[in-house]
Design a protein around this ligand. Structure first.
Ligand SMILES: *Cc1c(COP(=O)(O)O)cnc(C)c1O
Ligand code: SF4
Length: 469
């Protein structure tokens, strides 16, 4: 009411002539949040009313975890040829399939090959490319930097704690395919079961290292733990005097935002540890993982508003994925949409070197180009950093900070002085996106080491040991 009054006073003021042209209303697409009953066009959900669809237990129970369930859910929407293609994709995939009904309902099944959500969660055989010859299973060396299972201590003052190995959805590009989501035909996993005994060992390690101030709780995903366990883990970590910051990393809001609206006990546990932390002068926040504007609906907007009003800071980490968000236009819309919801875009990650998803990776150049296009389109604090998490355990680097980048061979050379001062790190662009000369050289194994040596020499680092042989 008061605001109306204030604005009414402006009615009589003469508006100064604009220096900028009128903005095309299309520019405001990021403010339009889908609010229809979009799930009703899926045969399996045609009779599901709004209250049921918004129930987090429905989303959990009805998640699609097999091709057979996908077929019964989609009915006539999926062609037999497409389903065969999915079966072929799954046979080689390092991740199991798990899709929430929310995600299933947002996929355009008339165009599944181009759909940005299908691309992220459901493999198909026909588009698969051979793995890059330099790719390994745990490319970030998380296990090598783990003093105890589920606790990676790579950086000086921060550590990564993985309390469990299940998520509300399985991303094809998951960098933790060495552990997350159960065995597949191609990968036998190091399990990280949610067990109090293991949690205690991990947390005892954290307590024994006074330099650690910052804990990333990831997974696996705390979305999948009961409220009681979220509370237990939160309070144990807060009780360690030197811990100042806790971030809970979750894919949940991107694939099942309704949990924030309907799982009152879970949200209460989150607010309770966030408030307990604040009272101690410590930060407890949430890191989400939205990758496309399509994942964000009115349900998401309401969920993020609950968190904002509850005082929980939310930051977002995006993975740059070919065909999903690898354009300036899509990334700008995503960034603006997140900002509109008061979710801070934090990182855009270069896609890790993960098995059987080569067709989803982009070049380092693409990431740099998108960063250049996005920066300046909104507030600097809402503009994500373009990051590459270095294969071999060098940690996160600004993609632009390479010592050398050969766009023909696709080899970028990085150093990470604060993590391992004496090692050289390499990232390799996907071969199919290289110019013909680069593709030709990668087709000859005798050239591989030569290309690596050339890149290291061009960086002026000949003789410095390489993190990944
Ligand atoms: C990403 C990550 C962190 C957190 O890094 P930030 O750059 O602070 O977001 C901590 N530990 C490990 C092992 C990580 O991979
Ligand atoms: S939610 Fe995160 S940990 Fe889980 S499968 Fe996706 S990328 Fe991996």
């Amino acid at each position: 009411m008061q605001d109306h009054h204030l604005l009414a006073e402006l009615m009589d003021v003469e508006v100064p002539a604009a220096l900028k042209p009128v903005v095309d209303p299309k520019e405001y697409a990021h403010r339009k949040f889908r609010d229809d009953e979009f799930w009703r066009h899926i045969p399996g959900y045609a009779d599901v009313d709004r209250a049921t669809f918004l129930d987090w237990k429905f989303q959990n129970k009805q998640s699609v975890t097999s091709v057979d369930k996908l077929v019964t859910t989609l009915g006539s929407l999926a062609s037999p040829a497409f389903i065969d293609d999915v079966r072929a994709g799954i046979a080689r995939a390092p991740m199991n399939v798990r899709l929430s009904p929310y995600t299933v309902a947002l996929i355009d099944w008339a165009n599944p090959y181009q759909d940005p959500l299908r691309l992220q969660f459901l493999p198909v055989g026909s588009t698969q490319l051979p793995d890059h010859p330099r790719l390994t299973l745990d490319s970030l060396h998380e296990q090598a930097d783990a003093p105890t299972p589920g606790l990676t201590h790579r950086y000086y003052d921060k550590a990564l704690f993985l309390p469990l190995d299940v998520c509300p959805v399985y991303c094809r590009f998951c960098t933790r395919s060495y552990a997350i989501g159960g065995d597949t035909d191609t990968v036998h996993k190091a399990r990280l079961k949610p067990e109090t005994k293991r949690w205690h060992t991990d947390i005892a390690y954290i307590a024994s290292r006074p330099e650690i101030e910052d804990i990333v709780v990831s997974g696996g995903d705390l979305y999948m733990l009961p409220a009681q366990h979220v509370s237990t883990i939160g309070h144990l970590l807060l009780a360690i005097p030197h811990i100042r910051r806790i971030r809970i990393a979750t894919k949940g809001p991107a694939v099942s935002p309704m949990k924030i609206l309907t799982d009152d006990a879970w949200v209460a546990a989150l607010f309770e540890i966030a408030n307990a932390g604040r009272a101690m002068g410590k930060e407890v926040c949430l890191h989400t993982h939205f990758n496309t504007p399509q994942e964000i609906t009115e349900i998401t907007r309401q969920a993020m508003e609950v968190l904002f009003k509850g005082g929980v800071t939310v930051r977002n980490q995006t993975v740059l994925i070919r065909g999903v968000n690898d354009s300036v236009a899509t990334m700008t819309e995503l960034v603006r949409r997140l900002s509109y919801m008061n979710v801070r875009p934090y990182y855009v990650y270069q896609h890790d070197m993960v098995s059987a998803v080569e067709e989803l990776r982009t070049t380092v150049q693409t990431n740099a180009t998108i960063e250049r296009g996005v920066r300046g389109s909104t507030a600097g604090f809402n503009t994500p950093l373009a990051i590459v998490d270095l294969p071999g355990g060098g940690g996160k680097r600004d993609v632009h900070s390479f010592e050398h980048y050969n766009r023909t061979t696709g080899i970028s050379v990085y150093r990470s002085p604060a993590v391992h001062a004496d090692l050289v790190y390499l990232y390799f662009d996907p071969i199919d996106l290289l110019p013909p000369e680069g593709q030709e050289r990668w087709s000859r194994p005798a050239e591989h080491q030569k290309m690596v040596d050339e890149a290291i020499a061009a960086a002026g680092l000949t003789g410095m040991p390489l993190a990944v042989a």
